[in-house]
Ligand binder design. Structure first.
Ligand SMILES: Cc1cc2nc3c(=O)[nH]c(=O)nc-3n(C[C@H](O)[C@H](O)[C@H](O)COP(=O)(O)OP(=O)(O)OC[C@H]3O[C@@H](n4cnc5c(N)ncnc54)[C@H](O)[C@@H]3O)c2cc1C
Length: 417
């Protein structure tokens, strides 16, 4: 336990107390404990929690306490000064001073930007009514749980991963939920039409209604300025006391802009996660853009965190080369996995197993002799193995005929796989 800050250590200030940032600190503390005098600013008034698990919290399957990853004592034990519930509003790069909304200041030698993303709020009339929210943090989740106690009808805009998890959670809490989706099928960035059709059927059977290829044109309010309906572009109105916008995320780069860092979609970083503008400043997580990509899932951010921590510790020459991602849906009882180029097409070969009666669909996409994509619904037991094959880019020529049946774990098969 560090009772007082040791003198003379370089100062590391982190902005954003979220998943990527704290993971970087954990790595750093593991490989180079005591190297930095660490200060953290977090806009949310909470210690580090697992944002992914907000969906099971909303669905009533876990509590907020269950999802805390590093409690208040973790910061204290590691000698970290935490300014929680304080948003950083300016950074003076010349003086190397960070300033929060309450006037708290901290000076840095190294700065770690990990401000995450913000939900896209559609620019439509009524988007500022009470009862209209995005889905990103504990406050949004609590707002939805409260709404479900007192109100009946919810509209979720967006039939992607987040939208469907929100819809499921609200439905589990007793609301009548309609998902409004612009695309022709659900989760089109992760599923092909066949898998998405199975998913939609399952969710409809559970009581969620869908408006496909529909666009919300305006939100209508009551006299007390609470939302009461969503109007579609075709004129239909859907009654709603709560509207959740899950129509995408944008890297949170407001501060980076103000700091005059090079920002495109996200804050542009190099392979050591240093911003290309200022080598003292690192960016990790959803706010960062690496080789043109700003990720929106945790696994790549953890890979970034490791490289950034190594660099901050001046350990070796680890480089981040980008990540291949995979997706699962956290709706209890629905097994779904997808990774890579699951749509196929062109010169790709597809192996498909379709068993609608049992609700199982599997598609593997092969290009040359490599597995390049997988989309699984109903039985995802082999998802991890397919993902491993895909990431490693190994030849599957010898496995071609048995690939669909999953990994052969018998002893004689080990050599072959
Ligand atoms: C409901 C939900 C379910 C999800 N499910 C999955 C899943 O199943 N799988 C998966 O891989 N990913 C999932 N994600 C995405 C995953 O949570 C994110 O990829 C991850 O949290 C990003 O980490 P981050 O550190 O970049 O951002 P965050 O975890 O969002 O942390 C950023 C933090 O910075 C704070 N901040 C921003 N600006 C400032 C400032 N100026 N000053 C101080 N603090 C600031 C924010 O308040 C926030 O606390 C889900 C996300 C949500 C919302």
């Amino acid at each position: 336990m560090h009772s007082a800050k040791e003198q003379g250590r370089p100062r590391l200030v982190m902005i954003g107390n979220g998943m990527a940032g704290v993971r970087t600190l954990q790595e750093l503390l593991r490989i180079a404990p005591g190297r930095y005098d660490i200060t953290v600013f977090g806009a949310e008034p909470h210690p580090h929690y697992n944002r992914i698990l907000l969906s099971p919290v909303l669905a009533g399957e876990q509590t907020l306490d269950d999802i805390v990853l590093s409690g208040w004592d973790w910061y204290e034990k590691n000698g970290i000064t935490l300014h929680s519930g304080r948003k950083v509003v300016s950074v003076d790069r010349r003086r190397r001073v960070v300033r929060a909304d309450d006037g708290t200041e901290a000076t840095y030698d190294r700065l770690l930007l990990c401000t995450g993303s913000r939900p896209v709020i559609l620019p439509i009339p009524g988007n500022d009514l009470s009862g209209v929210i995005g889905y990103r943090d504990i406050a949004d989740t609590e707002c939805m749980i409260d709404a479900a106690r007192t109100h009946q009808r919810a509209v979720v805009i967006g039939g992607g991963l987040l939208g469907l998890e929100a819809a499921n959670g609200l439905m589990r809490r007793g609301m009548q939920v309609t998902v409004v989706h612009r695309g022709a099928w659900l989760m089109e960035r992760q599923l092909d039409r066949a898998a998405a059709t199975l998913l939609r059927t399952e969710l409809e059977q559970r009581g969620i209604a869908f408006r496909m290829q529909a666009q919300t044109e305006a939100l209508l309010g009551t006299d007390s300025a609470r939302v009461c309906a969503a109007r579609m572009a075709n004129g239909d109105e859907i009654a709603a006391d709560l509207v959740v916008m899950a129509a995408g995320i944008r890297p949170e780069v407001e501060l980076a802009h103000a700091m005059r860092l090079h920002v495109e979609h996200g804050v542009v970083v190099n392979d050591t996660l240093q911003t290309v503008t200022d080598a003292r400043i690192y960016a990790v997580g959803e706010c960062a853009q690496h080789r043109g990509v700003a990720y929106g899932l945790v696994a790549p951010l953890y890979e970034q965190a490791q490289v950034a921590a190594n660099h901050l510790a001046e350990y070796g020459i680890g480089r981040y080369a980008g990540s291949v991602t995979s997706t699962k849906l956290k709706v209890t009882g629905i097994e779904l996995f997808s990774a890579g180029d699951f749509m196929g097409g062109g010169d790709a070969e597809e192996i498909v197993l379709n068993d609608p009666l049992d609700g199982v669909y599997k598609k593997l996409v092969i290009r040359g002799d490599k597995l390049v994509g997988a989309c699984l619904y109903g039985d995802t037991a082999d998802g991890t193995w397919y993902f491993q094959l895909l990431r490693e880019g190994r030849s599957v020529a010898g496995l071609r005929d048995s690939l669909m049946f999953g990994r052969d774990t018998s002893p004689h098969a080990e050599a072959a796989t």
